[in-house]
Design a protein around this ligand. Structure first.
Ligand code: SPV
Ligand code: MN
Length: 615
């Protein structure tokens, strides 16, 4: 086997690339690469050792291959995915499970052997005519207890380029960890592409995650959430690893909230896609550690977190100069930014839904040539950009980057926030009574209306515990239990808050301005530091009017009136009771192994609400 591995690598890689690989002492790595080089049969293999020259080679390839093209602003490029490949493909994303393993109805699985057989059939010779890129990355900071080395094989230079921006380089980490490295493996092919360089065999789009072998397969797709293996695909592998080792991988931002006397208090926050996670991480006056995925570990009495990534694959819809000044600037100035699925004009400038200024009359977008009023095959009007169109950038180009991004120790977390798209139930901000109450009634009970980030209908209310339901690789009941256990033995666990940016009145008008969230975060920071009190309600602890009045003045220079407070913070008893019933029913009927304490805590909340109703 070793000989065969070595023969394949020597012949297919050529001397220089073979030598780069040999710097890493890890036979399992060689075997993995050899297997997929033999199977995919690329014309050439390029091993990236993270040197500036190697990275430049791949970045130039994105232009040479036609996967990206240059825009008017220096460093900016545009990439298009197929019109039918614009979001995460939940239907064809499956966890591979051996016989007798049951992950429950909430997680889509496929028989492991059958899945591997099918995917290997699809992969056979799929890279013929293409170059394969072998890249090394590290999830979490390097040289840290959090570090997870990863190897990515892809025939898409665009995928590699995205990963350069999103992840820390990992070649040296592989050398450092040597044969002991417990690394994750990713193999991706965009498959056959057309003249526009978009994947054409969408019906054979498959994303299979094999936790047994720490490997992810992704094929016939280019959309980042399906193809950038390290993102949500790696997340499933690490959730599986966490379950065995007692730490957490969460769909969470990490940010520093700036309090009085230069105090910085770090929070994490979980929100489903398109529910304000990035804009929260980018709140002006605060600092960003990460906007999407966090690892959390306990260190003594503290909870510490790192950003798994170092870049942003953000939704561009709605970004404008007023609401997002820092991102706006980063997207207007020279620097490395990959845009995807937005409108490009003849002058190579760009436009997207919700950008400042007029929508150009014509241009080129994810549908090809585009003009105002253009309709797709189903007669649906095509907007200038897709609602899930994205940009990728390295956080290092942002003015509000927190200095602790790469701290191998992570940051100490004092608060955890859960929020979804909820028009009628939760108040804008509320602290839970304690850790378990928070995990159960805020995290595990998180519901959200579906958005364009996944393929399928929008606006349907779904239970999305910890906003992580799409990414679980262990049964939901176990995952909830793991979250409960994580903080249960700490004397002072982080405070847990529920937050709601989407509350509406009876006529469907939003009850809050986008900027109000600045105040909620300052309030939570002061709660975490014992500087403000609260009012106890049946569902948790809400701010006192006087504290918010003061904060609205300090933070936004606005007069916050009692009437608005009453409207926003009244406890919606029937809605909360209905929610508890919905959540309880799903957890009872569709999920096994839910810890009994979950039902106990929900029942107690119900009783408190019923008592309040009687009063
Ligand atoms: C999200 O949709 O939550 C993202 C992008 O962060 S994706 O990679 O598709 O998950
Ligand atoms: Mn996300």
């Amino acid at each position: 086997m070793v000989n065969n591995t070595d023969n394949i690598l020597k012949t297919k890689l050529g001397k220089e690339n073979y030598q780069k690989l040999k710097e890493i002492n890890n036979p399992a790595l060689n075997q993995f690469i050899a297997e997929f080089v033999a199977l995919g049969n690329p014309d050439q293999v390029f091993v990236c050792n993270d040197s500036p020259e190697d990275m430049a080679y791949i970045k130039e390839a994105t232009i040479r291959n036609g996967e990206e093209s240059k825009l008017a602003i220096e460093g900016h490029t545009i990439h298009f995915d197929s019109y039918y490949d614009q979001g995460r493909d939940k239907e064809h994303t499956n966890i591979l499970v051996p016989p007798r393993v049951n992950l429950g109805d909430m997680i889509s699985t496929r028989d492991r052997e059958a899945g591997i057989t099918e995917i290997k059939e699809i992969f056979k010779n799929i890279m013929q005519g293409h170059e394969l890129y072998v890249c090394f990355f590290c999830l979490g900071p390097t040289n840290s207890e959090f570090s997870v080395p990863c190897v990515q094989l892809t025939d898409s230079s665009y995928v590699a380029h995205n990963e350069f921006l999103l992840y820390r380089p990992g070649y040296k980490e592989f050398i450092r960890q040597g044969p002991a490295a417990r690394f994750f493996k990713f193999v991706h092919s965009q498959g056959e592409v057309d003249a526009r360089k978009v994947s054409i065999n969408i019906d054979k789009r498959r994303i299979y995650i094999d936790p047994e072998d720490d490997i992810v397969y992704s094929v016939n797709t280019q959309y980042g959430g399906n193809s950038i293996g390290l993102k949500k695909l790696a997340m499933r592998l690490s959730i599986n690893r966490c379950a065995k080792e007692g730490w957490l991988t969460e769909h969470m931002l990490v940010m520093g909230i700036h309090g009085s006397k230069n105090r910085v208090t770090y929070f994490t926050g979980a929100f489903p896609s398109l529910c304000g996670k990035t804009s929260t991480a980018m709140l002006d006056g605060e600092t960003i550690v990460g906007d999407d995925i966090a690892f959390l570990r306990k260190k003594g009495e503290e909870v510490r977190a790192v950003n798994v990534e170092k870049g942003m694959f953000g939704i561009i819809q709605g970004i404008n100069s007023k609401d997002d000044p820092i991102l706006w600037k980063a997207l207007q100035q020279p620097g490395e930014v990959i845009f995807s699925n937005i409108l490009v004009t003849e002058e190579k400038s760009v436009h997207w839904l919700g950008k400042d200024g007029e929508v150009p009359a014509r241009g080129y977008n994810h549908s090809g040539e585009w003009w105002k009023g253009k309709k797709d095959a189903k007669g649906k009007e095509i907007p200038c950009s897709h609602p899930n169109a994205r940009f990728t950038l390295d956080l290092n180009i942002l003015e509000n980057l927190d200095p602790k991004l790469d701290d191998p120790q992570g940051v100490v977390i004092r608060g955890i926030v859960y929020g979804g798209r909820d028009s009628d139930t939760w108040v804008p901000v509320e602290e839970s009574f304690d850790w378990i109450h928070g995990i159960v009634t805020k995290g595990a009970s998180l519901e959200s209306e579906t958005t364009a980030a996944t393929l399928g209908a929008e606006g349907i209310r779904e239970l999305n515990p910890m906003s992580n339901i799409d990414f679980l690789s262990i049964p939901l009941g176990k995952y909830i239990e793991q979250n409960i256990n994580f903080g249960a033995d700490l004397k002072h666990p982080p405070l847990i808050f529920g937050i709601n940016y989407f509350l509406k009145d009876k006529d469907g008008n939003y009850l809050n301005e986008k900027t109000d969230k600045k105040v909620w975060y300052k309030w939570m920071e002061q709660r975490a530091n014992g500087e403000v009190g609260f009012i106890e309600t049946p569902t948790g602890r809400i701010p006192k009017y006087g504290d918010l009045k003061r904060l609205f003045k300090e933070v936004l220079d606005q007069d916050y009136v009692q009437k608005d407070y009453d409207m926003q913070f009244m406890v919606r008893i029937p809605e909360n009771l209905a929610k508890i019933d919905r959540v309880t029913n799903i957890l009872k009927q569709e999920v096994s192994d839910v810890p009994p304490v979950v039902f106990k805590v929900l029942e107690e909340q119900k009783q408190r609400l019923n008592e309040a109703r009687e009063k």
